[in-house]
Design a protein around this ligand. Structure first.
Ligand code: NAG
Ligand code: NAG
Length: 455
């Protein structure tokens, strides 16, 4: 074969290949357009960013309603409310109500994480043979007296309006069925429609009783657990964790920390949406990091280090050594040293004398205050001096890695702490879970975190 035919063949082959690729992406784009995820978020919170990350990770199309608008739907964490969500959705639906093949997946955002993509969502929706599927939960809220009007059924019987999926014309007729005010309750609105058997049949409305698509976590924490795909089947890119509903043996895709389950969702959310896997460790931790490496010293964030000496501390000289050798420009650090004991005053005065020319400033206060007063004081001091970061460091805690402060800043989180523990004890500086009255509770992964098996 001559050189030129070779080139020609290669060219033809390449153009065939690109044609195929184009077709492939067209199909993908069409399918993608069949589903739109719609949510209401009046502010960008960390919960919203977690939601947005998960929706984007699975390549779903997202429509965010209400951004930068005033929230007038009431305090929905504690009372009925949320009618504003329906009003915003209604306005949006007016623009798409005639697209009869469009499937609209409405969810809350601050307390929702996706753990799957388009194909699974559509497959499961179609398997309901319904036009509108609501998520369901164990509690009949906000009007428990409606319980007797619900059809008898297995599973979690009561409608939750934090997540539903349906065809655009159906969703439009539901949200425009009746007038609603901003602070009326959205769940009650949808519940009344569902409980009207004529409307329910006319619109083919169903509940996802067995969590095939949606998992509401309130009251259901003991029903679910995180499962990891087999380590030998995976590589970096398809490492995955799923949420198993043990009661129904389903793998719900849209996970909603409704009601009292917002904090448990934070813990489960550490694994969902390809955030963590035993084979890869924490994948989401590698995102959105910043680097201090090439910054000129004067551009380094200004850190207030609040040094707290609550009682005479063993190895105090070594502690001062940790502080001094922290790998961070001292001219960008203000030290705010407070002590409740005079035990170390000689060492402290010597330290201040030696280093006062190096740090941006050193403030030293010996006080007989209570601990909480001391702690409030550095919270006030930080904004007063215009610090960028507050680093709280009690002398009981040894940080022997001089890169600790840099590493924490480079994580680019609004609040972050190093994991500190006592050798061979389960004590540590964090709580993985809370009881309902806000006290310590053992998280499902606490021991693995302390042992460094999950990091
Ligand atoms: C959601 O994430 C996408 C992709 O990272 C980004 O382009 C978009 O601005 C985010 N949306 C909001 C409202 O922050
Ligand atoms: C740091 O975090 C903020 C807030 O989450 C984000 O907007 C920013 O993009 C992050 N920086 C980098 C470099 O990713």
């Amino acid at each position: 074969m001559s050189w030129s035919t070779h080139v020609l063949l290669v060219t033809i082959f390449l153009s065939l290949l690109s044609l195929l690729t184009i077709n492939h992406s067209l199909v993908d784009a069409n399918q993608r357009d069949n589903l739109v995820v719609v949510t209401v978020a009046t502010q960008i919170t960390e919960g919203f960013l977690r939601f947005n990350r998960s929706v984007n990770l699975y390549g779903l199309k997202l429509e965010v309603l209400g951004l930068s608008q005033q929230w007038e739907g009431g305090d929905v964490a504690h009372r009925p409310g949320g009618g504003q969500k329906i009003l915003l959705l209604k306005k949006y639906m007016e623009s798409v109500k005639d697209q009869k093949d469009l499937i609209v997946l409405f969810t809350d955002s601050y307390d929702v994480v996706f753990n799957g993509g388009l194909k699974e969502i559509l497959n499961r929706f179609h398997s309901f043979e319904s036009k509108l599927v609501f998520s369901s939960e164990k509690f009949c809220w906000p009007d428990p007296s409606l319980e007797s009007e619900y059809p008898k059924s297995d599973g979690k019987r009561f409608l939750n309006s934090g997540a539903f999926i349906g065809y655009a014309p159906t969703v439009y007729s539901i949200v425009s069925h009746k007038n609603i005010e901003n602070d009326d309750d959205d769940q009650l609105y949808y519940t009344k429609i569902y409980l009207d058997s004529k409307l329910r049949e006319q619109h083919k409305i169903k509940l996802d009783l067995l969590s095939e698509l949606f998992q509401n976590l309130n009251g259901a924490l003991s029903d679910v657990e995180i499962r990891f795909s087999q380590a030998n089947e995976i590589d970096e890119t398809n490492a995955d964790a799923s949420l198993l509903n043990k009661l129904y043996q389903t793998n719900p895709i849209i996970v909603h920390g409704n009601g009292n389950s917002k904090i448990p969702l934070n813990s489960l959310g550490n694994y969902l949406a390809k955030s963590w896997h035993p084979a890869t460790g924490c994948l989401s931790c590698k995102e959105n990091r910043i680097s201090l490496d090439n910054l000129p010293v004067e551009k380094y964030p200004h850190v207030l280090i609040a040094v707290n000496i609550l009682k005479p501390t063993p190895f105090f000289d070594e502690w001062l050594q940790d502080l001094e050798s922290m790998d961070y420009p001292k001219e960008r650090i203000t030290l705010f040293i407070q002590t409740l004991t005079d035990y170390h005053s000689t060492q402290l005065e010597q330290f201040i004398d030696d280093f006062k020319g190096y740090y941006q400033a050193i403030r030293y206060k010996s006080t007989k205050d209570l601990e909480w007063q001391l702690r409030n004081r550095y919270l006030d001091e930080c904004p007063r001096i215009g610090c960028d970061y507050l680093f709280v460091w009690d002398t009981e805690g040894r940080l022997t890695n001089p890169k600790t402060l840099r590493a924490l800043i480079e994580d680019n989180k609004s609040v972050v702490a190093p994991l500190m523990f006592r050798n061979n004890e389960l004590w540590s500086n964090f709580w993985g879970a809370l009881t309902h009255d806000g006290f310590y509770s053992r998280a499902h992964d606490y021991v693995q975190i302390i042992k460094g098996e999950r990091r």
